[in-house]
Design a protein around this ligand. Structure first.
Ligand SMILES: Cc1ncc(C[n+]2csc(CCOP(=O)(O)OP(=O)(O)O)c2C)c(N)n1
Ligand code: SF4
Length: 279
């Protein structure tokens, strides 16, 4: 994984995303964040990853982190399994919005509730891109696709509100076009002890260019107050094209993690078994 002290976070796999896909920026932000953390003392072997299936989850092939290319919608159960096997690993989960909020919705709620020490990244392009643009639970009302030519009937759900209600201890939103800020938020999410949810609001150049209009509405926040977090979550409902969209840390708190609540896991964690560096 490392050769002559040179960190190799990327792989040599051919990248098959469409030219200009925002996932390239997401990959760059992740590589930069991981390289920085490794320089600070984290070890590459302390990380383990699981991805879903989709355009974004192809990141599995492009990041040099051990893991499991998971099933669509089942990223979080695999991450939880990894934590049960070795609570000293830092588990990283990667999903598209279809994966996270349709097929994987129930896992999202419970992983947040358990507060396992997992970083969960959702690339939300508001459509099922790999399977040619069907609407997901975050597609805006009226979103036209081959599956619903008359447009999506339902209002989107707001994953930030859901994460708050489910008890996630770190909730952030990023705009991948702001690479430096995205990298900084990913670093903070990884360092956070507990379930860290990062939602990336991004385009899909082929099936959804809605989010390009959203960037001018975005502004940065760094908040730890629960009441304020609820207000911030309410500012954008994933449908409107006006108002303000907070990005950055929308909520963060410290509370017991799954690995401390279960006596067997606590014991394993305290033994430091299988851990190279992470506290
Ligand atoms: C259980 C299951 N359901 C459906 C599929 C088909 N499928 C594969 S990828 C995909 C779309 C992925 O969309 P999303 O998670 O939003 O990621 P994106 O491609 O937009 O990055 C679907 C529906 C599958 N592989 N497995
Ligand atoms: S279809 Fe959309 S999400 Fe998939 S690679 Fe192309 S631009 Fe990216």
């Amino acid at each position: 994984m490392t050769t002559q002290n040179k960190i190799e976070i990327g792989t040599k796999e051919e990248i098959t995303w469409c030219p200009g896909c925002p996932n390239f920026l997401v990959l760059a932000a992740w590589k930069n964040a991981l390289a920085k953390l490794i320089k600070e003392g984290y070890k590459q072997e302390d990380f383990v990853m699981c991805t879903g299936i989709g355009c974004h989850p192809k990141i599995y092939d492009y990041l040099n982190i051990s893991g499991v290319y998971g099933l669509h919608g089942r990223v979080l159960p695999v991450c939880l399994g990894m934590k049960l096997g070795n609570p000293n690993l830092k588990a990283l989960g990667f999903s598209g919005d279809g994966d996270a909020y349709a097929e994987g919705m129930e896992h999202f709620i419970h992983a947040a509730r358990y507060n396992a020490d997992i970083t969960y990244f959702v690339a939300d392009n508001q459509n099922f891109a790999l399977t040619t643009g069907q609407p997901t639970p975050t597609s805006p009302q009226g979103f036209k696709s081959k599956a619903e030519p008359a447009g999506e009937y339902n209002m989107p759900l707001n994953p930030v509100k859901l994460a708050l209600a489910a008890g996630a201890s770190f909730i952030a939103r990023i705009n991948p076009k702001d690479l430096v800020h995205s990298q900084e938020i990913i670093e903070k999410a990884i360092k956070h002890k507990g379930f860290a949810f990062v939602e990336s609001v991004q385009d899909c150049l082929i099936f959804n260019m809605n989010s390009k209009d959203l960037v001018p509405l975005m502004y940065k926040v760094d908040n730890k107050d629960k009441k304020k977090a609820q207000e911030l979550a309410d500012e954008w409902d994933y449908d409107k094209k006006d108002g303000k969209i907070p990005i950055g840390i929308i909520y963060q708190e410290e509370k017991p993690i799954l690995e401390e609540k279960w006596p067997q896991l606590k014991k394993l964690r305290e033994s430091g078994k299988g851990r190279k560096s992470i506290k």
